[in-house]
Design a protein around this ligand. Structure first.
Ligand code: ASP
Length: 360
């Protein structure tokens, strides 16, 4: 693939919103622990060359490690992104902890409607006070992606491999952290990266199907209605199916099951989840089936046990990632007025979270 400049550079305005995470952290040499402390302005002061790429506006929205981020924070972040985009920013970078960055990117993919400019999440696996930090290459590549490509989607930009040679842009609903510590931890699942970006400013487009930048206002519309009482339940050998009773009793409105293989849950004896799921569906609580395999798609009919689940009324959501289904169910419950409408929303591709064909 040729390395080409997609757009002529004309110093776009990029807003950087800080939320915390390792990218905003330094090591406390007394305890050896890493903690979030740098503001976005302090992070970018360490990479002055980024001012050559774009006009930067930076401010802090929150200062948390991403394991502490909740759905309420997604809404705060979404609101701030909308403010920036609907003023004069040509794109927004959100600096974010990596652990739950793919949850935030999925949430923003559903909440930022009619998006006509790029929104890019960037993190780091090594804190920004270390010479070996991956933060700066990630930031530089994110800026090149925003200023030189015509993509207008929510993406994650992080290293493609272990060297500092290049990064990839991954769609917000297709990204997943797949390694605890490597700088190339983020991978696109059931999808290709949208683009490959080099620190020298070259951008290779990999995907042809992406939403393109447009200049009509409004540039984005905020839709932050979410039903937060949704549970993500993992199926595993020996799971106590009474966990479902617990959630029903506590007023949960929907469940996503991270099932095994093609979408299985236990079906025999005291471990069986079937009766509990039936009980939930009878109470109009949607039960969505995803796979902990991540790669590939769930299937409601191949095995007799799968047929039992689909007969009960479970919603099999194709190749959607479990975390994405968890957030999308919050969205669907807040937007659908009946079980049928919720099901229809879950099975409608809204932000490239479902694909028709499985990648080989
Ligand atoms: N636990 C940290 C966080 O997600 C890790 C990181 O930022 O890379 O905030």
């Amino acid at each position: 693939m040729s390395k080409e400049k997609i757009f002529d550079e004309n110093k776009k305005v990029v807003s950087i919103l800080g939320t915390g995470g390792t990218i905003a952290s330094k090591v406390d040499y007394k305890t050896g622990g890493v903690y979030a402390s740098f503001s976005p302005k302090e992070i970018i002061a360490q990479v002055p060359e980024i001012e050559n790429i774009a006009t930067i506006r930076a401010r802090e929205v929150m200062q948390v490690m991403s394991e502490d981020i909740t759905p309420k924070d997604w809404k705060i972040i979404a609101k701030e992104v909308v403010k920036e985009i609907n003023s004069d920013a040509d794109g927004v970078i959100i600096t974010h902890g990596t652990d739950t960055m793919h949850y935030t990117s999925a949430a923003l993919s559903f909440m930022l409607k009619n998006l006509k400019k790029p929104v890019v999440l960037v993190g780091a696996q090594r804190s920004s006070d270390r010479g070996s930090s991956d933060a700066f290459i990630n930031l530089i590549c994110a800026l090149h992606f925003i200023t030189k490509s015509d993509v207008a989607e929510v993406c994650i930009v992080m290293h493609e491999n272990m060297s500092d040679e290049r990064c990839i842009a991954i769609r917000g609903c297709r990204a997943r952290k797949m390694h605890t510590s490597r700088r190339d931890a983020f991978k696109p699942i059931n999808d290709l990266p949208i683009a490959r970006i080099y620190p020298d400013g070259s951008v290779e487009m990999i995907s042809k199907n992406y939403r393109k930048r447009e200049d009509d206002k409004p540039y984005v519309v905020l839709d932050d209605k979410l039903e937060e009482k949704v549970a993500l339940i993992k199926m595993y050998p020996g799971v106590d199916s009474r966990i479902i009773d617990f959630y029903i009793k506590n007023g949960y409105k929907g469940f996503v099951i991270e099932a095994t293989g093609l979408g299985h849950v236990s079906t025999i004896g005291k471990y069986s989840m079937l009766e509990k799921i039936k009980k939930a569906v009878a109470k109009n609580i949607p039960v969505v089936i995803t796979s902990q395999c991540l790669y590939g798609r769930v299937h409601p009919t191949i095995y007799a046990n799968l047929r039992k689940l689909s007969k009960i009324g479970c919603i099999f959501v194709e190749d959607m990632l479990p975390e994405v289904a968890y957030i999308k169910l919050m969205y669907a419950l807040a937007h659908g007025n009946s079980s049928d409408e919720v099901k229809e929303i879950m099975l409608t591709n809204l932000a490239n979270e479902i694909s028709e064909r499985t990648l080989e």
